[in-house]
Each structure stands twice: as structure tokens, then as C-alpha cells.
Ligand binder design. Structure first.
Ligand code: SER
Length: 340
């Protein structure tokens, strides 16, 4: 018999680490963790097995299928928005071809198991593309279907993968004489900028918020790469894990959509600085906008309308901005740098 597992790709990344820690302490899930980099030993202990491998390596997937019955997939591996702009074609391969490989694995597993395998996919506010600041200002909290005009490779990749997910869920091989019996149970959340107390993002364009907070705690000066009035939505990492897990639970028939905005708080870079200064009055934070990265963030919405997630599956973040700083970010980040 093949071992029943939950597959997590990008397991060493920011969301991956937080998800593994949560699942290992709150459930009895056997985790098969996959990452291109070696897994941190502390995380390895929490997983049933860990594999160092590339999501573009289809032979690796063939091997996985022979050894494991994959019940659920959290496909988190991706190249983030800033990094993707430096190597757009590589980003396309990792973000799109990688996702296609995983969807193919999921549909095969669905057939083997006689039921559709759940496929949780983090999409992003980067799928939105507001043409100018005036439009961003009047658009306010955007709905899922509005302004889907991304200006970044990463955003285009995420948008297309949402479409691929829908195709594998509903229309895969739609002209075949024997229609696909199960499809893939694809579910996706469009995350705002995520902020973790334990890890720092690499290669994202919303990184200015976590970088500002971590630098202040570390006692290092920080030059923020966007203007103080730059506003986008953010979320504390525990809420990101909660969103993925909450969306994984409901019966498929109760979900009206496959892709949902999830929000928790929206702050400008200046407001983040003001909050950081309340906790670290000595912090040295300046604003030195990098015009190119600024241009990207200016196309992202100031906020998201997540009423569909609230209505359909009861989405409710645990952390507003104040609670995120008071109870999650500041105590844990301060402890982290005290220990170092
Ligand atoms: N945090 C991501 C990035 O900045 C957006 O999803 O690329």
C-alpha cells in the first residue's frame, strides 16, 4: 500500500514553513515536503518525509506517484514578483509549467483514488493591475473580477494558473469520449502582502513591510523602497495559514467560486513606519523609492473586497493591524533578534 500523504511544494518558503508547523502541531497529517533547497532540520522533523527536488522534474513526480497516495496538495513553490522580473522566462517555467506539472499529478491521483484531490493554490494581489494612482484611489477595495490586468510576469503567471486550475477542475479533456470522472478540487486564495515574524521574504515587491519591521527589531537602519503614501493590503502569516486551511474544509458544493480574495488590513508604508516607531522609537527608517519597484506596487490595489470569502466559507482574519503588531509580530520578532 502506498502511504497517504499531503504534498507541500515550496515547503521551505515562508508560507510552507508556517503551514508545516501548524499542521504538525494541530493534526495527524503525514507531510511530504518538497523544496528545491535542503529543508531546515527543524522542519524535517515535523514531516513524514522531505525531498529536495525541482517541480520541473517530471521524473521526480513519477517516482512520487509510485510511492505515495497524495491526498491533498498545497502548491506553494513560486518565484515572487521582483525576482521574476529579472528572469521572466525562468519565472514562467517555475510558476506556470511547475503548476501544470502539479495539476497533472493531481488529476492522476484523483483517478487512482476515485475522488478529486484537493489542490490549494496561493494566488496574489499581483494579478491586479491598476493603470494609475488616481484609478487605484477610486477603485478602493477591488473585487476578484475587476482590474485583472497585471503588469508583472509573476502576476500574469498567477492569473493564468488560476485559469489552469479552473480548467483542470471543470473542463479537463472535455472532448474525450470518456469524460474526466473527478477533476481536481482546485481552490485558491489571492493573498495580500504577507508578514511573518519568523522568516523574511525574498524577491517579493511587498517585502518593504516585513523588511522595515525586522530591520527595526534588529537595530538596523532601513531605507524603504516605496513612497510613504504607498498603500496595499497585508496579512499576518498565521492568518495566511488559516485562510488556506479554512478554504480546504468546506464541501466543494458549497463554494461558489474557485478563487477568493482574502484581506485583513491595509496600511500605507508611512503608517507601517508609524506603528514600528511606537514599538522601536530608535528605529531609523527613511523612504528612498526605487522607481521601478514603486511602479509595480502602484498597480496593486489599496485593498481587496473579500466579501465572497466571508459569505461562502466564513473567512474572518484573526489579526487586524493592531493585534498583528501587538500580539504576533513585535513580541516574536523582538525575541528572534534578542536570541541571535
Ligand atoms: N508578496 C508577493 C510579492 O511581493 C505578492 O504576492 O511578490
Amino acid at each position: 500500500m502506498r502511504k497517504k500523504v499531503t504534498l507541500i511544494t515550496g515547503a521551505n518558503g515562508e508560507i510552507g514553513q508556517a503551514l508545516i508547523e501548524y499542521l504538525a502541531t494541530h493534526g495527524d497529517t503525514a507531510i511530504l515536503a518538497l523544496d528545491i533547497r535542503p529543508m531546515k532540520p527543524a522542519l524535517q522533523k515535523l514531516c513524514y518525509t522531505t525531498i529536495e527536488g525541482d517541480i520541473l522534474d517530471t521524473r521526480l513526480f513519477e517516482r512520487l506517484v509510485s510511492e505515495y497516495a497524495i491526498q491533498e496538495i498545497y502548491h506553494l513553490a513560486a518565484l515572487l514578483s521582483t525576482r521574476a522580473e529579472f528572469t521572466p522566462e525562468l519565472a514562467h517555467r517555475v510558476n506556470v509549467q511547475g503548476t501544470l506539472n502539479l495539476l497533472h499529478l493531481a488529476i492522476e491521483q484523483s483517478r487512482w483514488q476515485g475522488q478529486s484531490v484537493k489542490f490549494l493554490f496561493p494566488s496574489s494581489i499581483a494579478v491586479y493591475g491598476l493603470p494609475d494612482l488616481q484609478t487605484k484611489s477610486y477603485a478602493g477595495a477591488v473585487k476578484e473580477y475587476a482590474w485583472n490586468l497585471s503588469t508583472t510576469m509573476y502576476g500574469c503567471n498567477k492569473m493564468y494558473c488560476e485559469h489552469l486550475g479552473r480548467y483542470y477542475a471543470q473542463n479537463y479533456r472535455q472532448l474525450a469520449a470518456d469524460p474526466e470522472p473527478y477533476g481536481v478540487d482546485f481552490r485558491s486564495v489571492r493573498f495580500p502582502g504577507l508578514i511573518s515574524a519568523y522568516t523574511l521574504p525574498s524577491g517579493g515587491t511587498s517585502d518593504f513591510a516585513p523588511e522595515m519591521i525586522h530591520s527595526a527589531a534588529e537595530g538596523k537602519p532601513y531605507a524603504c523602497f516605496v513612497r510613504a503614501d504607498t498603500r496595499i493590503p497585508f496579512m499576518a502569516m498565521p492568518d495566511a495559514v488559516k485562510a488556506l486551511l479554512d478554504l480546504s474544509k468546506p464541501e466543494k458544493s458549497t463554494l461558489k467560486h474557485l478563487v477568493y480574495n482574502v484581506g485583513s488590513f491595509s496600511l500605507s508604508a508611512g503608517e507601517i513606519k508609524d506603528m514600528v516607531m511606537q514599538y522601536f522609537p530608535e528605529a531609523q527608517i527613511t523612504f528612498e523609492p526605487d522607481l521601478k519597484r514603486q511602479q509595480i506596487v502602484d498597480t496593486w490595489p489599496a485593498d481587496v473586497d473579500d466579501s465572497s470569502a466571508r459569505d461562502d466559507w466564513g473567512w474572518q482574519p484573526d489579526y487586524d493591524a493592531r493585534r498583528a503588531f501587538d500580539e504576533y509580530l513585535i513580541p516574536n520578532i523582538a525575541k528572534r533578534y534578542r536570541q541571535d
